[in-house]
Write a protein that binds this ligand. Structure first.
Ligand SMILES: C[S@@+](CC[C@H](N)C(=O)[O-])C[C@H]1O[C@@H](n2cnc3c(N)ncnc32)[C@H](O)[C@@H]1O
Ligand code: SF4
Length: 448
């Protein structure tokens, strides 16, 4: 799996990236996925078949990947399928249910309480209420989640109806996330979104009426066709929607998006450069701050006085255990990382037969675990040195002192003996700073 192709990507290469080149990504793990291999599968399976009393102190989450969408957005890099009919969806959900049942019997997992649940995609809200209720009933029988602290669920606005929003609330969802991306219809259409703003305005009252403990909306700064004026208008309209939290991504162009393929085929796609995206992102942060929102990570702002926790993110960035089910999903358990089969047929075959559908994995060293947690937590904007001293016995300001001093001199962050705090400029480009902390063998290479 994953031949090492030597195309340096921004996620592994520390330099001042100017244009939004193909290959940019959001850093979500370490070491880079291109270094994960299939040789370790037997080790992963052995680990899952052994219990460890220390696990009782490690929070456990369940991720379910629902890979269906109405249309493939031209910027999207997730494993998604369009045009699947109800019986194909049923087949997939059967395999997913079976996979959760398989996990629930493994010594490493059996009897452990679920702390958080995440329905991600693709578009979990694409599936019918009937499919959703049946999936939840089956999964909860295998792994109950009534005591979970968070049940998060991603939605594309145009897939929702009032009754579906009610059903999503009834299954226990506590954090509903809506992919708005933009409020300008021309931009939404140009970027291949299946919805326009009318659908966003239709769903908001249904969502409000259900009183979800937390409602998040996603925006992307730098969609094709965006101008300073359209972005300002989108920011104002999003403030007016009064969500509890807003997540703002800067447009990335990983290799597998429709836009990336067009660019590599010689057809230019006008995506704003990094400086422009940072300027727009910064503008949004300031406007949201003036409207009562505070920064909770490089991407997320939460409204003061409203629920501001995002348990899934915080648990993952502190190396909680996560069972990632569904095609191409990522898991972490027993200190090891692994990913499921990335294509429909091999995934369905293995999961449907009650086998673990694992494709590739990585067993990190203690040093790699430390780097992983440190770079992911830097995305929160502030880290405490004591956390790393207690967990890894390492003074990170000594171990990475030179890098921290360089970043401080470049005004990306400041630190004292207790904490490290990113500046606004540092936060706005955090993904491009992180490769500085990678071991040199993981730099200047492919990330995915
Ligand atoms: C799985 S989608 C959310 C749910 C649903 N599929 C949707 O799009 O409405 C996760 C989010 O990733 C973000 N995203 C996807 N592709 C992106 C890209 N190329 N650059 C930046 N953000 C991206 C979008 O904000 C999107 O809402
Ligand atoms: S951004 Fe969301 S709706 Fe668009 S293709 Fe990706 S997962 Fe589907």
């Amino acid at each position: 799996m994953s031949e090492q192709i030597q195309i340096p990507e921004p996620a592994t290469t520390r330099k001042a990236w100017k244009e939004t080149d193909v290959g940019s990504v959001f850093v979500s793990n370490y070491p880079p996925y291109s270094f994960w291999r299939d040789e370790n599968t037997a080790r992963i399976k052995a680990m899952l078949h052994t219990s460890d009393p220390a696990d009782k102190d490690i929070p456990l989450g369940l991720y379910m990947h629902i890979p269906f969408c109405r249309k493939r957005c031209k910027f999207c890099y997730f494993r998604v399928y369009t045009g699947r009919n109800s019986s194909e969806i049923q087949t997939y959900l059967d395999a997913l249910g079976k996979e959760v049942e398989t996990y629930s019997t493994l010594p490493r997992i059996a009897g452990r309480k679920l702390h958080f649940i995440y329905f991600g995609g693709g578009t979990p809200s694409y599936i019918s209420v009937k499919h959703l209720r049946a999936l939840v009933a089956r999964v909860k029988t295998a792994m109950p989640w009534d005591d979970a602290e968070e049940v998060a669920f991603e939605c594309e606005p145009g897939t929702l109806s009032q009754s579906k929003v009610e059903a999503i609330r009834e299954i226990g969802v506590t954090r509903l996330s809506l992919g708005l991306e933009n409020l300008n219809d021309d931009i939404l259409r140009e970027n291949g979104r299946a919805h326009v703003s009318k659908e966003i305005y239709a769903v908001m009252p249904w969502v409000k009426a259900q009183q979800f403990p937390q409602v998040n909306v996603d925006l992307i700064a730098g969609m094709v066709g965006e101008t300073r004026e359209t972005w300002r208008d989108t920011v104002q309209r999003t403030i007016d929607l009064d969500a509890d939290s807003v997540t703002i991504y800067q447009m990335e162009l990983p290799f597998n998006t429709t836009y990336s393929q067009a660019i590599r085929g010689g057809n230019g796609v006008p995506v704003a450069d990094w400086e422009t995206k940072r300027e727009w992102h910064n503008y949004a942060i300031e406007q949201f701050a003036a409207a009562g929102y505070e920064t909770s990570s490089a991407y997320t702002l939460t409204k003061k006085g409203r629920p501001n926790k995002f348990i899934y993110r915080d648990a993952l960035w502190r190396s909680a255990d996560l069972i990632g089910t569904g095609v191409a999903s990522f898991s972490h358990a027993g200190g090891m990382h692994f990913q499921n089969q990335t294509h429909w047929d091999p995934y369905l075959k293995a999961a449907g037969q009650g086998q673990l559908p694992i494709n590739r994995s990585f067993v990190p060293t203690e040093e790699e675990r430390l780097v992983r947690e440190m770079i992911l937590q830097l995305k929160l904007g502030r880290i405490e040195t004591a956390y790393f001293q207690n967990k890894f016995g390492v003074d990170i300001l000594k171990r990475f002192g030179e890098t921290y001093r360089e970043l401080r001199d470049a005004e990306m962050l400041s630190f004292d003996s207790q904490s490290i705090t990113l500046s606004r400029q540092g936060l706005l480009r955090v993904d491009q700073l992180l490769p500085e902390f990678y071991h040199k063998k993981y730099r200047n290479s492919r990330y995915t």
